[in-house]
Every structure is written in structure tokens, then in C-alpha cells.
Design a binder for this molecule. Structure first.
Ligand SMILES: [Zn+2]
Length: 269
């Protein structure tokens, strides 16, 4: 599943290709992807020009002049830039026919991704974005500290709660705990203010590093489309040994695969 850095990479890459392009038509091949009346979706966006792409957490918001729609890639959604007439893939579900002979195609093997029209000015205050907490880049650590005080759950689980802080998925939650030498089972409510500040700093650092790596890895569209996935240097997630050579342990915490180093991550606070 793409996480915040991957979605940010998709956003930046797409901006290079579709800004100032006009939608001439939209073909919806798998209607469930569109979380609206299909006809309304098409009529609202037709003949509009892409002016900006925003991102909030793992959501992309495509803005076109005075209208907007939101898109979540979920498990395997990706966008592809094609030429008109290129052979359709089995999993292409929504085709935005653009001017200058281009097409933006949404491809999704699992079909879990969704698109929906949102209010151009007010989308951050509408569902689904209104229920998301701030991103690590904008959260006030004292506010986070107060929220964590109320959570008698493993920090690993709380980091994945998008209503507290948005944009951290399973991979980066594992990496953040490692970098803090923090045991993932540690209850969120025992962390000191100092540790919570460190948590925010480490989260920003890890996400920013991944965004930078994505930005340098993806120069153009591969034939596989833009899912933003790239090789990131991970220290514990899916690894056998930590950078110090200790054996990584894999456990399930709240049904999510959790990788940690029992030696480096002894700290319970
Ligand atoms: Zn270690």
C-alpha cells in the first residue's frame, strides 16, 4: 500500500504531466471506483483544465479551475499517462481523455481505490478529510502529547491511527520506532513530552527522506504506471537484521506485521 511519501511522489510526478491539460471526456469502465453519480462526475469535470494537485495524508485532490475531485489509491491503484489509442490494460478502470492526444488512466488490480467530487474550497473540512488528524509536518507536539496521554495502547498501533496523526502507515511506523530505539509495545500514554517531540521530529525526518528518495528515483513514468513505490532504505521493516547486525523480530501488534530489534529497541519509554 502506498504511504504518504509514495503518494507525494505520485502527486509531484503527475503534476509534471497533467497540469494545464484539459479533460475532453471521461470513460468509466468500472463504475464502483466512482463514489458519485457517474453522469454528474463526468459532466462536472468535462472541459475543465487541471490547475493543481494537492495531497492530504494519503489522499490526492485534483483541482480543475473551480471544481475538484479526491482520489485514494488504497492497495494497488495507480495512474498511467498514455497516448490515445494505446492498448487498454485489463485493469484500467477510469480513462480521462485529455487534449493533445493524451490519456490519464486509472489502473487498479484490486479495485479498492475510489474517486469522488469534493468542494473546491472546502474539501479539507468535508469527509473523508475532516476526520483526519494533522500530518507530522504540521502537528504541534504538545497537542500530540495530550492525545497520546489518553491512549493506553501500543505506540505502534496509535501511530497508525489516522485520526490522531495522518500519513504514517505500517512501514514507516516500524521505522520510526526503530530510529527512536522505542519498543513498539510501549503504551502511548507513558511517553514524556520530550519523547513525543522526538517522535514528531523523527517522523518528519523519515518521511522527508523517503519523499526525497522518491523524487530522485522516479524521473519518468515506467510502463508499470505511477504508484510511487520505490526502493527506500529501510532499517527494520521486512529486514532480517538491524543496521547493527542484530536479528529482527517480527510480531503482530493489532494484526499488523511489526518488525523491531529486541536489542536496539529495549526502551519502554
Ligand atoms: Zn539492533
Amino acid at each position: 500500500m502506498p504511504e504518504l511519501p509514495e503518494v507525494e511522489t505520485v502527486r509531484r510526478t503527475l503534476e509534471n504531466f497533467i497540469l494545464n491539460k484539459k479533460i475532453e471526456d471521461i470513460k468509466i469502465l468500472y463504475p464502483k471506483i466512482i463514489d458519485d453519480d457517474q453522469e454528474e462526475f463526468v459532466q462536472t469535470l468535462k472541459n475543465k483544465t487541471f490547475t493543481e494537485i494537492d495531497r492530504v495524508g494519503k489522499y490526492l485532490i485534483f483541482k480543475l479551475e473551480d471544481v475538484a475531485f479526491i482520489s485514494h489509491l488504497r492497495m494497488e491503484g495507480k495512474y498511467q499517462i498514455c497516448k490515445k489509442g494505446d492498448i487498454l490494460s485489463k485493469h484500467d478502470h477510469v480513462i480521462f481523455v485529455l487534449d493533445e492526444g493524451m490519456e490519464l488512466r486509472y489502473n487498479d488490480v484490486r479495485k479498492f481505490g475510489r474517486m469522488k467530487l469534493v468542494d473546491y474550497d472546502d474539501y479539507k473540512n468535508q469527509l473523508p478529510l475532516s476526520k483526519l488528524g494533522p500530518e507530522p509536518f504540521e502537528i504541534d507536539y504538545l497537542e500530540l502529547y495530550q492525545k497520546l496521554k489518553k491512549k493506553n495502547k501500543a505506540i505502534k498501533t496509535v501511530l497508525l491511527d489516522q485520526s490522531i496523526m495522518t500519513g504514517i502507515g505500517n512501514i514507516y511506523a516500524n521505522e520510526i520506532c526503530y530510529q527512536m530505539h522505542l519498543n513498539p509495545y510501549t503504551k502511548a500514554n507513558v511517553l514524556s513530552k520530550k519523547r513525543v517531540k522526538e517522535l514528531v521530529d523523527v517522523a518528519c525526518e523519515i518521511l522527508n527522506k523517503a519523499i526525497l528518495q522518491g523524487g530522485t528515483t522516479i524521473h519518468s513514468f515506467s510502463a508499470n504506471g505511477i504508484d510511487g513505490l520505490f526502493q527506500v532504505q529501510l532499517k527494520v521493516h521486512m529486514q532480517k537484521h538491524c543496521p547493527l547486525g542484530h536479528e529482527i523480530k517480527k510480531v503482530m501488534i493489532n494484526e499488523r506485521g511489526t518488525y523491531y530489534c529486541p536489542i536496539c529497541q529495549k526502551a519502554k519509554r
